[in-house]
Design a protein around this ligand. Structure first.
Ligand code: TYD
Ligand code: MG
Length: 449
């Protein structure tokens, strides 16, 4: 038998090492390696005997449980799957508890038995919040508990169809020596929730707090363990919230759900095109819409530019949400290749919704927004701009046009400015195409040269 050894695990990603390291070799975080005692795999104890079955004797999957909140169901891929584990990640205060409370109430109202386990708030707090939001459902079961075994026992007894655990970081396994919040604890909690979801045959939603740098403990590790990973995102001081799937064994990851945080909780933005175009109803100079890819997911954002006379010998170029070097290049190209005079102007560029966009497909939109502000002329609000701009001023095709177009069309955009060199091997989804060769031509095509 091997001697019991201590080992070290990264709090961020769960990477294990036999020696202490100042920097995690897997994720590169500093000072995140913590000592962990090797524990026997505890969840193995009650595992049922493995038994292969002839396919003909296997019952088909149970139907999905529809939440009844369209934007949520869409991202789930058509509702929650019994026996599955869904992680809902997001920064503290973004609205995870609110979203799941509303989802739970909606499910309860549709006749599902739902149990909310909270390790963060009291039952009274949750109830009054539900009342305030007008979603108080007497059939909703609440349990304030942090001990996983106690939760499991309660769930076995109640046999809910849906289980919400808020948050996974507050849960602990009492018969495990490791300190709460550590990787071992988190892993074991998720394992037991997984086993529980299978045993009770319920859809389990786990809340996971995420900081700007990642989940408080072991983000990627938990992501690998669950069936579906949803992220709830938005700016704290902005009411727009976006729910997106980062992983989904039961659906596509390109769907996103859009919500608005109001005094009465989250309201679905059922017609995002109206939401976005409503905000852009009267075209404003200095704005241009772009479809960016966030990982594998397309998202329409608005580039906002403000160009003002500068009193400085070297005028300011300030960007939020995009790389400042990219902005410097776009400004230089506008000056030299499209004769937009900016040398005596300060240029500020931001991305709506507080997103950080790093892909070159943003270039054309940035150039258009800056020129639009400089000339004080508006761009059509139903047009999206897609294009990487080279140092010569040429507008280049972008990748994944099909997905971007589908998203733009879904959000109600009607036309599209794209490199005239892009060979279209896909449907345009009803968008009118404006082919542009270079930045100068693009400005001319939209009357802002
Ligand atoms: P919450 O769901 O508690 O966030 P999380 O669980 O992700 O930490 O949401 C907290 C924020 O949402 C808080 O700042 C207040 C705001 N909020 C509203 O604006 N309206 C509401 O109806 C509710 C319930 C919360
Ligand atoms: Mg919360």
């Amino acid at each position: 038998m091997k001697a019991e050894r201590t080992h070290y695990a990264c709090e961020e990603c769960g990477e294990a090492s036999v020696q202490w390291l100042g920097r995690c070799p897997a994720c590169g975080s500093f000072g995140t390696m913590r000592e962990e005692k090797k524990e026997p795999a505890m969840s193995g104890g009650s595992r049922p005997k493995a038994e292969p079955l002839p396919m003909g004797s296997i019952a088909e999957e149970k139907p999905r449980i529809t939440v009844g909140i369209g934007e949520f169901d869409r991202v789930l891929g058509g509702g929650a799957v019994p026996g599955s584990l869904v992680l809902l990640g997001g920064e503290p205060g973004i609205g995870k508890s609110t979203l799941l409370l509303q989802a739970a109430s909606s499910l309860a109202a549709r006749g599902a038995k739902v149990m909310i386990v909270s390790g963060e708030e009291s039952a009274a707090q949750i109830t009054s919040r539900a009342r305030r939001m007008g979603v108080l459902n007497p059939g909703l079961y609440l349990l304030c508990e942090t001990d996983v075994e106690a939760v499991a026992e309660a769930a076995r007894e109640l046999a809910p169809q849906v289980l919400v655990v808020d948050s996974i970081q507050t849960m602990r396994v009492s018969d495990l020596d490791s300190p709460p919040g550590g990787v071992n604890q988190l892993r074991e909690c998720v394992y037991r929730m997984q086993a529980l979801a299978k045993e009770v045959d319920c859809a389990a939603f786990l809340v996971g707090h995420v900081t700007k740098e990642g989940i408080l403990a072991g983000p990627r590790m938990v992501e690998h363990m669950v069936d579906c990973v949803l992220y709830f995102e938005g700016e704290r001081f902005d009411s727009l919230r976006i729910l997106r799937a980062a992983k989904n064994r039961f659906g596509s990851v390109s769907e996103l759900g859009i919500f608005e945080m109001t005094d009465a909780g989250l309201v679905e933005v059922e017609d995002p095109s109206h939401y976005f175009l409503g905000a852009r109803e009267e075209p404003v100079s200095g704005t241009a819409a772009v479809v960016v890819m966030e990982g594998r997911r397309p998202l329409v954002v608005e580039v906002q530019a403000l160009v003002v006379p500068s009193r400085l010998p070297s005028p300011k170029r300030v960007s939020t949400g995009m790389d400042h070097r990219r902005l410097a290049i776009d400004v230089a190209v506008l000056e030299r290749k499209a004769r937009v005079r900016l040398a005596d102007r300060d240029v500020y560029v931001g991305i709506s919704g507080g997103l950080k966009v790093s892909e070159p497909a943003l270039d054309l939109g940035v150039c258009m927004a800056i020129a639009s502000s400089r000339q004080e002329k508006t761009l059509p609000s139903e047009t999206v701009f897609l294009g990487e701009v080279s140092l010569t001023g040429e507008v280049r095709p972008v990748s994944r046009v099909e997905e971007r177009l589908r998203e733009a069309a879904r959000l109600g955009f009607r036309s599209l400015a794209l490199s005239d060199r892009a060979r279209l091997r896909y449907g345009l989804h009803g968008l009118k195409l404006v082919g542009v060769g270079d930045v100068r031509g693009a400005l001319a095509a939209f009357g802002i040269a």
